[in-house]
Design a protein around this ligand. Structure first.
Ligand code: ADE
Ligand code: ZN
Length: 331
């Protein structure tokens, strides 16, 4: 179905550094004489064996992103690629840990560069960016507090949310409550990665211990139908990333991915790429694969894009503007 490519899309779950094309990172490494040859396959793609290896490769790739200028270039490259897939609004995870190591002054400079690139991308490619500040779970709760301070100090029109990514098997979500409370008090909306590598109890912890209104992945809620019902009833939004889950071996195929059943059961599902070049995907490919797997038509995709926009953390004016773009296309 060719029209799927053109459909305007709303993405809520994309890690900015995880959107870095391998050739872009390789180019930076060459410029800076940083030896990270081991993270690439011979064909130039990223090389990793499993999720935990992926996290190491991801962090090695980030060592080339040495300053605000690198993030300016990264942001433009990522948004150009998203826009080519029809994405008109992208909410992207930003990590102060990789942008100045948690230093507030440095974080402000990185953020300024990212926002400048976002403004250029909006003018050039018609895509709007907003940021969700994200501590890295396996860096621990202490570092997360520093990140939460960065988030609270820069909360506003551009920084709209607070989340947590990284190794879900490291520590307990409730150990991060202080950081989430601080972010919430600063007016930030809350999401959290949970239910990707751990099961339904972790999804419950994201909702109940951290007050998440959206869950990053949350896909393994499917292992507890009472939880699926609760999520549907409470209108909790799942930022599902089917291609990421298939690439990392959580499900063997798109057809086997729970997104189909969750959608049928009335869960507010959204479609996202997570770290697209790492997982050989794009938003256009996610749509195409879901169309093939579940025979979803444009009507279903239009409904899901609307769900995503409703769940976006941006201000009302931005939502109204994006809604017009969706309505012009979807009718
Ligand atoms: N950081 C980047 N991608 C991630 C994922 N899929 N899960 C958790 N943390 C991540
Ligand atoms: Zn993610």
């Amino acid at each position: 179905m060719n029209n799927l490519n053109q459909m305007p899309k709303v993405e809520l779950h994309l890690h900015l550094e995880g959107g870095a094309p391998p050739a872009f990172i390789k180019g930076l490494a060459r410029e800076k004489s940083i030896d990270i040859a081991g993270i690439f396959n011979e064909d130039g793609s990223y090389r990793f064996a499993d999720f935990w290896d992926f996290l190491k490769v991801y962090e090695a790739a980030c060592t080339t992103l040495t300053g605000p200028q690198e993030f300016y270039r990264l942001t433009l490259a990522v948004l150009e690629e998203s826009a080519a897939s029809g994405v008109v609004y992208s909410e992207t995870f930003l990590s102060p840990d990789f942008c100045g190591g948690g230093d507030l002054g440095a974080w402000r400079e990185y953020l300024h560069a990212i926002e400048e690139a976002a403004a250029k991308a909006e003018a050039d490619f018609g895509i709007t960016l907003r940021g969700i500040v994200t501590p890295i779970r396996h860096f621990g709760p202490e570092k997360a507090r520093v990140v939460a301070r960065c988030a609270a100090e820069t909360a506003g029109r551009f920084i709209t949310g607070f989340g947590i990514g990284g190794d879900e098997k490291s520590g307990a979500l409730k150990d991060f409550s202080w950081s989430f409370d601080m972010a919430r008090e600063a007016g930030l909306r809350i999401t959290a990665h949970a239910g990707e590598w751990k099961g339904p109890d972790e999804v419950r912890a994201a909702i109940n211990d951290l007050g998440a209104e959206r869950v990053g992945h949350g896909v393994r809620a499917i292992e507890d139908m009472a939880l699926v019902e609760e999520i549907a009833e409470r209108g909790i939004v799942l930022e599902l990333c089917p291609g990421s889950n298939v690439a990392l071996g959580i499900y063997p195929s798109f057809r086997a991915h729970p997104i189909g059943e969750m959608y049928d059961r009335g869960v507010k599902v959204t479609i996202n790429t997570d770290d697209p070049p790492f997982f050989h995907t794009t938003m256009a490919r996610e749509y195409e694969m879901l169309h093939q797997a579940f025979d979803w038509d444009e009507g279903v995709f239009a409904k899901i894009a609307r769900t995503a926009l409703d769940a976006a953390f941006c201000d009302a004016d931005t939502k109204t503007r994006i809604l017009k773009t969706l309505e012009q296309a979807h009718g």
